[in-house]
Design a protein around this ligand. Sequence first.
Ligand SMILES: Cc1cc2nc3c(=O)[nH]c(=O)nc-3n(C[C@H](O)[C@H](O)[C@H](O)COP(=O)(O)O)c2cc1C
Length: 362
Amino acid sequence: MKPFYIRNIAIDPPLILSPMAGVTDYTFRRLIKRRGGVGLVVSEFISVEGLTRNNPKSKRQMRFDEEERPFAVQIFGGQAPRMAMGAEMAQEVGADILDVNCGCPAPKVVKNGGGSGLLRDLPRLEEILKEIKKSITIPLTLKLRTGYSDASINVVEAAKMAEQCGVEHIQVHGRTREQGYKGLANWDLIRQVKQAVSVPVSGNGDITTIEYGLKHWREAGTDGILIGRGAMQNPWIFRQIKDVLDGREPYYPDLAEKKSVLLEFFSSCREEMPEIVALGKMKQLAGQFTKGLPGGAQFRQTLYHSHSANEILDSITTYFENLLAGNRYGDGLIEADVPALDSCDAFQKLNSVTNKNAAVLG
Ligand SMILES: Cc1cc2nc3c(=O)[nH]c(=O)nc-3n(C[C@H](O)[C@H](O)[C@H](O)COP(=O)(O)O)c2cc1C
């Protein structure tokens, strides 16, 4: 498993932070990149309707820092001319790679022909890819699901067509649109894509441990892998996989480091966004991050009912101080299930709850 190239861009190590709407923004990407082991980061998916209509939120989503390079902007939409315009705007802001979303299952995205809706309409996807190719010189990449439904698995056909259109890296999340986030990703289909095309292919789905990641990566024989939710639970997962690839013992942070990373994240959120949004983000990350830690469930309950930054900071300090001192926190239990964060509009929902709370709070 060695670095691979998207044209002349080295993906080194071949480990990619998978795009997640409402999660992989400027703040989160840097947090992950700084932990090491990440060869490529991708923006959240950005609406070309928003971009080309000068929506400030969509434009803000393209912001990135030099330390993030190589950096890919991911766009979504169903209309070729607008996708081409959005792609051009991403190139203008200096993105290294332009990625097209062909996987989001959210009804409002699919209804407009974008995201995984494109899997039911390969001629439209082909038109979009060809139009984008005419408008940019940076490499074009594609992120696919395996098909729209179990009855219409067409990822190999889509990948071959994309390669013909000049797509230079194909990423496959091994689930269908119909599956949403249920069941497990089908890594055998990912293997079939790798065998069918000659451009680099990366596989994606359910990697939350080093062992699971390496096993499926090896079996599928892909050039790289993408990790999404696993990075929220464990921001060091990329570094740990790289350690193993390099023949070292994987790095495991201690509790003090975990606490300081959570605080680092919160402090950059507060610098970058309105307090209410920062609170939502903090709850989101802390919820995933404390999976597997003693008393994590109780800690999350406390967090979810916090209404100010200070309350959250106090809760974090108390929680980690208890753990560091070897004390019990809450019921002291280690639970297996953390509230699922499992869709490309999950965070928007979380935000709308937070905003409702804000309205109640006045
Ligand atoms: C909250 C959330 C938001 C997501 N948003 C996007 C997105 O904007 N673009 C995209 O291509 N995939 C998106 N995905 C899918 C992930 O990139 C990834 O393909 C999927 O979660 C499977 O990988 P994992 O098991 O490593 O998380 C999202 C997933 C989640 C959980």
